[in-house]
Design a protein around this ligand. Structure first.
Ligand code: NAD
Ligand code: IPM
Ligand code: MN
Length: 369
């Protein structure tokens, strides 16, 4: 069916560079699979600050609410780093997550066979790794009140944030993680610091209770977040689904990226709750940022953005077969030896963003032929 409404938000830095490659894949879908999207573009992050004075203009939120799915690039950069907190580019993604109710950020970390050598770990520790981090994404210390920087009566200054989770906030993201676990290995590891944080203790209590009453068949275990980081960096294959708060999930997913070979490879899906007709808001974003250190040089890896589009097809439109086609094409390109500079394989030939994007489309042509 035609007329799937996509909102594309390229953002800053390498965002527009990698988004250009996704457009090739979208065009290919139209040409070869007769799947057409009606695409709207919008402003977010530093680009929106420059054009409209705000990192997430109302017009962008309205477009996002109207779209069937949002494809998000990345925001931020040194140009805007000295702006006051309420006006930083990063607020662009935070407001979108919040205003669209996107509380569950799914971050798969998969070791693609051709990249096992590119991991920060020995290949045998990671080959075949396929784990899913479910990161809470509209609560916790990212949004908790009070927060601020202030001067105390004694003249000392302090900066503070608040980690806070309601029972419902924990339970709804836990359900997403349990449901995923049920479709995978039936194994869920919930991560917090129940040993030092009240909110962590409460997190453990709520997850345990959701598990007991709704998902008794899923094997639930709990792990302190610091230990989880250590375990991820040494024996990652013990995990299947990891559930974590906003902040811990952010940290653990970048760590998982290094273990899978490169931050430039990892996509994510940020989902809201389905309404009564089954429709849900959803935004798809690579887990990497705007990479100011390499922006403008045409060397960014477009795979995370392309794979985010594959997740979009799967999660927003149920197009499993098309999602797989794209994932297979990416894997074939890697198997053929092409590497962008972020993928650490000694001696590999380096190609730029558009060579990588073109190669994915060429593989799609071959697979679909
Ligand atoms: P980053 O993810 O942008 O970059 C970290 C490192 O990974 C850099 O060396 C970068 O060159 C490399 N890298 C990242 N993506 C790559 C790709 N696709 N191909 C090749 N190399 C890649 O994180 P950072 O440097 O800490 O942050 C830079 C800016 O991005 C900051 O303003 C930050 O707030 C923002 N940020 C935005 C998002 C987002 O929009 N979702 C996510 C993370 C960081
Ligand atoms: C991410 C990023 C964002 C986050 C920033 C840019 C707000 O690091 O998507 O992982 O911390 O959620
Ligand atoms: Mn992050």
């Amino acid at each position: 069916p035609a007329n799937k409404k996509l909102l594309v938000l390229p953002g800053d830095g390498i965002g527009p560079e990698v988004m250009r490659e996704v457009r090739r894949v979208v065009d290919w879908m139209d040409r070869r699979r007769h799947v057409s999207f009606s695409i709207e573009e919008g402003l977010v992050g530093g680009a929106a600050i420059d054009a409209e004075g705000h990192p997430c203009p109302d017009s962008t939120v309205e477009k996002a609410l109207r779209a069937d799915a949002v494809l998000f690039g990345s925001v931020g950069g040194p140009k805007w780093d000295s702006l006051p907190f309420e006006n930083r580019p990063e607020l662009g993604i935070l407001r979108l997550r919040k205003d669209l109710g996107l509380f569950a950020n799914l971050r798969p970390a998969i070791v693609w066979a051709p990249l096992a050598q590119a991991s920060s770990l020995k290949a045998d520790l990671v080959s075949g790794l396929d784990l899913m981090i479910v990161r809470e994404s509209t609560g916790g210390i990212y949004f908790g009140e009070p927060r601020g920087i202030e001067t105390l009566p004694n003249g000392m200054r302090r900066g503070y944030d608040t980690e806070s989770y309601t029972e419902e906030e924990i339970a709804r993201v836990a359900r997403i993680a349990f449901e995923l676990a049920r479709k995978r290995q039936n194994k869920l590891t919930s991560v917090e610091k129940a040993n030092v944080m009240q909110s962590g203790r409460f997190w453990r209590e709520v997850v345990t209770s959701v598990g007991r009453s709704e998902f008794p068949e899923v094997e639930l275990s709990h792990m302190y977040a610091d230990n989880c980081a250590m375990q991820l960096a040494s024996r990652p294959k013990q995990f299947d689904v990891i559930l974590a708060s906003n902040l811990f999930g952010d940290l653990l997913s970048d760590l998982a990226a290094a273990v899978t070979g490169s931050l430039g490879m990892l996509p994510s899906a940020t989902l809201g709750a389905p309404d009564s007709s089954g429709r849900r808001h959803a935004l798809y974003e690579p887990i990497h940022g705007s990479a100011p250190d390499i922006a403008g040089r045409g060397i960014a890896n477009p795979c995370a953005q392309i794979l985010s589009f594959a997740m979009l097809l799967r999660w927003s439109f149920g197009m499993e077969e098309d999602a797989r086609l794209i994932e297979n094409a990416v894997e074939k390109v890697l198997a053929g030896g092409l590497r962008t500079a972020d993928i650490m394989v000694p001696g590999a030939a380096r190609v730029g963003t558009s060579v990588m994007g073109e190669a994915v489309v060429r593989e799609l042509d071959k697979i679909a032929a």
